[in-house]
Design a binder for this molecule. Structure first.
Ligand SMILES: [Fe+2]
Length: 287
């Protein structure tokens, strides 16, 4: 068996949980494909959980609650049963610890919409065993890339690795009025602004035109792009992209094709691009 594909998903606003979209359709398609291949579980890094100092944590709460979300009817998520994978969590802790990370279990962490929004769309009939790895609040791109490269070997064991963040995600520059007034998160009274289009294109170019270590270099370098700070007022929603670059940026991943398979613009300036690296059909280069 080759290596499983890796996803970088842009979860967008909380309304993406309750609304239909091209992105949500693609998430479901990816979930169906993963279930058809009998994945062992999901290993996921989000954008809403980080640890201070040099720490990183892995979720080990056996009965996690869900942090509530605004602008979504509770029926859309309240009864969805989460499925924490405690054995794989311990495995991830061991792998990360062996690589020198200051990593520990967090047995009280409640899951946040960046993760369960994606899981609900991907796997509406039931959550597969899932392991959440936190970010580190220093937001060092190379650190998060190394987290991904450390866990990359799980792809060989039929785990699905996902990063959930955002391609263009600056809450300070979104146009919120149509969502606040009409609950319309997809309203587009004007085209997106130039900086948003520019950075969105830069990400697509990096992901679809590079692979292997070149992908890692190009992804981390995106944080030096002249439009990065316009596209990301804070670094949190870009860390999962670094994690993904680590998970699919080895020398053995050279030549792995990546696609931007769906995209949903929200709130005029937020670009929710959905990327997949590799495929189920063509095993990624075996080491
Ligand atoms: Fe978010």
């Amino acid at each position: 068996m080759g290596l499983t594909p890796v996803h970088f998903f842009s979860h967008g606003s909380t309304m993406m949980l309750g609304e239909k979209s091209e992105s949500a359709d693609y998430w479901k398609q990816c979930g169906d494909e993963a279930l058809a291949r009998n994945i062992k579980g999901v290993v996921i890094m989000g954008a809403h959980w980080d640890c201070l100092g040099d720490k990183i944590e892995v979720a080990t709460n056996p009965n996690p609650d869900k942090s509530p979300v605004a602008y979504v009817h509770p029926d859309k998520y309240i009864n969805y049963k989460l499925n924490p994978d405690l054995a794989t969590a311990e495995r991830c802790i061991s792998l990360l610890s062996n690589e020198g990370f200051n990593v520990s279990a967090n047995p009280t962490f409640d899951w946040i919409h960046d993760v369960y929004l994606i899981l609900i769309h991907m796997f509406p009939a039931g959550c597969p065993p899932t392991t959440i790895v936190s970010m580190n609040a220093r937001y060092d791109p190379h650190y998060h890339m190394k987290v991904g490269s450390t866990l990359r070997s799980l792809r060989r064991e039929n785990y699905l690795i996902i990063g959930t963040g955002g391609a263009v995600h600056n809450l300070y520059r979104n146009r919120w009025a149509p969502m606040m007034r009409f609950r319309d998160n997809f309203a587009m009274e004007t085209p997106p602004e130039e900086w948003a289009l520019e950075f969105r294109q830069a990400i697509e170019d990096v992901i679809t035109k590079t692979s292997g270590p070149q992908l890692r270099r190009a992804m981390t370098r995106l944080m030096k792009h002249p439009r990065f700070r316009d596209a990301h007022a804070t670094d949190d929603h870009f860390m999962a992209a670094m994690f993904v670059a680590g998970a699919v940026g080895d020398f053995d991943d050279v030549g792995t094709a990546a696609v931007m398979a769906a995209e949903s613009w929200e709130l005029t300036n937020m670009c929710n691009s959905q990327f997949t690296f590799g495929s189920w059909d063509r095993g990624v280069a075996a080491a």
